[in-house]
Design a protein around this ligand. Structure first.
Ligand SMILES: *Cc1c(COP(=O)(O)O)cnc(C)c1O
Ligand code: SF4
Length: 388
């Protein structure tokens, strides 16, 4: 697989929109204005399966349909199982709610002291600053509020959120998310970073955004300069499949990285999309080439209508096992389950510990060989050897 991962093989260009002037194509406002948001638009571009067609009609009640031209170009319109297609084109399977699936699967509402602030962990908060995204992921954990299709009517109170952080000195880490915070204007982002940076106890500021992937045109030199001005600000992007790694994404991330932004990636383990060791290996290799450190691999949350996306957890464990030792350690994400109902992120690891007994720990290495190490500071030995 490796030769395919080389940068020259990554997608680039205007694809189906080659007749559009480059100045329009490269303008993020043009990309947003020309998003595919209606069934009619989509059907002009491709033939939908009956399930997708019904899914598009259902989407208005659940999570809106939106795909940027940049991301649409990555879809293989001749393959209903295309891993890009399945992430953004609705399916009527989203209307089937299985036992245990919830509208708020990770219990965010219960730990929201003020609208937009989720304070679950002792020293850090999640700060939701918008309910809109450049495109919508069909498995989104925050479908309840994102895109407002379910009339949640989220009005992020910036000021109330900032005041909460200002008056809670235990909050040293703020994760700005949404929705997608990079849909805010440069002026708003500059203001938000400035206000947070001015709070003495806030040591660490980070943002989660899928905009570099959906809308790399948004990462202008001006935006990178705002990150630089208030830096260090860390950024987690969200990619699931190597096809999402384009030369445009790479250029956008380079602008951020050179502005001093440390980059991470979060993926969701998705059935038939990336629940495969070779696919995941290719993805993480491409991420490393762009200075992105794979951070988390999430089991798909129990969001309503997500059964068709959920991969067996054992597949995730097997993927991690297939990576550790076999490729660059920097590339290996932590597999986590976000405890349903509000448990927070719980790490899931392959069993490298075979047993702990009689003063030894028995370990299994990446090649399945067994090694022994003392549990204390030396191996148990009834007759220690004395060097004379
Ligand atoms: C994921 C998350 C965080 C950040 O967790 P880290 O493990 O530090 O990345 C903070 N708050 C909430 C509510 C989260 O879901
Ligand atoms: S970009 Fe993030 S918040 Fe927006 S739809 Fe996708 S997963 Fe949800």
């Amino acid at each position: 697989m490796y030769p395919l991962d080389q940068r020259q093989n990554w997608f680039s260009g205007q694809g189906r929109w080659s007749n559009v002037p480059a100045s329009d194509w490269n303008d993020w406002h043009w990309q947003l204005r020309n998003r595919i948001t209606k069934l009619e638009d989509l059907e002009k571009m491709m033939t939908l399966t009956p399930e997708e067609r019904a899914g598009c009609l259902f989407a208005a009640n659940k999570l809106a349909l939106a795909i940027t031209p940049h991301f649409f170009n990555l879809i293989d319109t001749s393959n209903p199982q295309c891993p890009i297609r399945r992430q953004v084109i609705p399916s009527i399977k989203e209307s089937v709610v299985a036992p245990g699936e919830m509208s708020d699967p990770v219990g965010e509402e219960e730990t929201m002291p003020v609208p937009g602030i989720v304070h679950r962990y002792p020293d850090r908060v999640l700060f939701l600053v918008t309910d809109r995204c450049a495109a919508y992921c069909r498995y989104c954990t925050r479908s309840r509020l994102v895109s407002n299709a379910q009339a949640y009517d989220f009005h992020p109170e910036f000021e109330e959120g900032i005041r909460y952080i200002e008056t809670h000195p235990e909050v040293r880490d703020v994760l700005i998310s949404g929705g997608d915070p990079l849909l805010l204007s440069d002026a708003k982002i500059d203001y938000l970073f400035g206000r947070l940076r001015a709070i003495p106890h806030v040591e660490f500021i980070r943002m989660g955004s899928r905009i570099p992937v959906f809308l790399p045109q948004r990462i202008t030199p001006e935006l990178a300069a705002i990150f630089r001005k208030h830096g260090p600000i860390w950024l987690s992007i969200h990619t699931n499949h190597p096809k999402e790694i384009t030369q445009e994404l790479s250029a956008a991330l380079e602008r951020l990285s050179l502005a001093g932004v440390p980059l991470g990636n979060q993926s969701v383990l998705l059935s038939g999309i990336n629940d495969d060791p070779e696919v995941m290996k290719s993805l993480i290799h491409r991420l490393l080439m762009m200075r992105v450190r794979p951070y988390y691999l999430y089991a798909c949350d129990l969001i309503e209508g997500s059964t068709h996306f959920r991969a067996p957890i054992q597949k995730g464990i097997d993927i991690i096992r297939s990576l550790r030792g076999h490729t660059t350690g920097y590339g290996i994400p932590q597999l986590v389950i976000d405890g349903p109902g509000g448990g927070g992120k719980i790490p899931i690891n392959p069993d490298y510990i075979q047993a702990i007994h009689d003063g030894i720990i028995e370990l299994r290495n990446f090649e399945d060989r067994t090694y022994i190490y003392p549990t204390g500071n030396r191996l148990p030995d009834p007759t220690p050897r004395i060097i004379e």
